[in-house]
Ligand binder design. Structure first.
Ligand SMILES: NC(=O)C1=CN([C@@H]2O[C@H](COP(=O)(O)OP(=O)(O)OC[C@H]3O[C@@H](n4cnc5c(N)ncnc54)[C@H](OP(=O)(O)O)[C@@H]3O)[C@@H](O)[C@H]2O)C=CC1
Ligand SMILES: O=C(O)C1=N[C@H](C(=O)O)C[C@H](O)C1
Length: 268
């Protein structure tokens, strides 16, 4: 499968290029950074910490998409919306790991999915998607006597909060409970808040150092607490998940899919 990595100079972009180089069934045919980036023109292999491979970082995404089967995208919301439109023009697979998307961004990506085969998830790892399925299941069993809180910690370079994963886990809890996150999510507490409301799904965000990603979902009842969690130790788990998504999506009809579909966890 011929793949383009966008956001090639980013933390995830570099890991993706290394992971693709280790996969015999995948070929990196393009590496893209935004126009004006200091990395445009640099060798993609060297940028990924590998021997030079002759592939230059480009700022011409559309031309590269036209000659590819899929694009792997861990960038920023505005860029992912633009790349989705290009993927739709080229009728290819688009795997989106970018987080922090607004409802308007999501609507544009859903529109692009009429022509592109898009897999989008706030977390591409097997472990987190399994955790989400477990959270949904536990939330279905426990009533509002158990307060649900989602706690996450990430490195100090992260620019969105709460994390895409925290939102994904909060959504899973809300689904299990048969409610919506829009109505029940509490995203900040400060000052004289009053007591916690039964049914709230709370979020707490920590940022610091080089933490790759840690998430805990706490079900706190009267006299007992259940905690389900995941610790990412290496960005390779996200890259491997994204590449599994690209393979799964190849040849599938256009539409908007999630890692739940890719991993077959829909009926868990
Ligand atoms: N779903 C998942 O499993 C995971 C998701 N993520 C998400 O992926 C995203 C990227 O994370 P990370 O790699 O750590 O971030 P980085 O900041 O390291 O990389 C982002 C990349 O996007 C590029 N970029 C920024 N703005 C634009 C633009 N307007 N057009 C094109 N490219 C642009 C950056 O280029 P430049 O340097 O020139 O700005 C950079 O190459 C985040 O949203 C993060 O939350 C991360 C890990 C796992
Ligand atoms: O920005 C990151 O680093 C990560 N972002 C994703 C998120 O927002 O949940 C996934 C992972 O936790 C790392």
């Amino acid at each position: 499968m011929r793949l383009v990595v966008v956001g090639a100079s980013g933390r995830m972009g570099r890991v993706l290029m290394r992971t693709i180089s280790e996969a015999p069934d995948l070929l990196l045919v393009g590496a893209v950074d935004q126009p004006g980036s200091e990395f445009v023109g640099r060798d993609a292999g060297e940028l990924a910490g590998l021997p030079a491979n002759g592939l230059k970082i480009s700022d011409d995404a559309l031309t590269l998409f036209a000659a590819a089967d899929g694009v792997i995208d861990f960038t920023v919301p505005a860029a992912s919306v633009g790349y989705a439109a290009f993927a739709a023009q080229a009728r290819i697979v688009h795997v989106i790991g970018t987080t922090g998307l607004s409802p308007e961004d999501d609507a544009k990506i859903a529109a692009a999915a009429r022509h592109a085969t898009i897999v989008k998830s706030g977390n591409m790892s097997l472990g987190v998607n399994l955790l989400a399925a477990l959270v949904r299941r536990v939330a279905r069993t426990l009533d509002e006597g158990f307060d649900i809180e989602v706690l996450e910690m990430h490195h100090n370079r992260k620019i969105d909060a709460p994390s895409g994963t925290a939102l994904l886990l909060g959504e899973a809890a809300a689904q299990g409970r048969g409610v919506t996150l829009e109505e029940n999510g509490v995203f900040s507490r400060h000052g004289y808040t009053g007591p916690r409301k039964a049914g709230d799904i709370g979020f707490a965000t920590l940022r610091g150092g080089t933490v790759v990603g840690e998430h805990n979902v706490i079900f706190a009842g009267a006299g007992e607490r259940i905690e389900l969690g995941h610790r990412a130790e290496d960005r390779g788990i996200f890259a491997r998940g994204a590449l599994a998504a690209a393979r799964w999506a190849r040849g599938r009809k256009p539409g908007l899919y999630s890692m739940t579909d890719v991993l077959g966890l829909t009926d868990f």
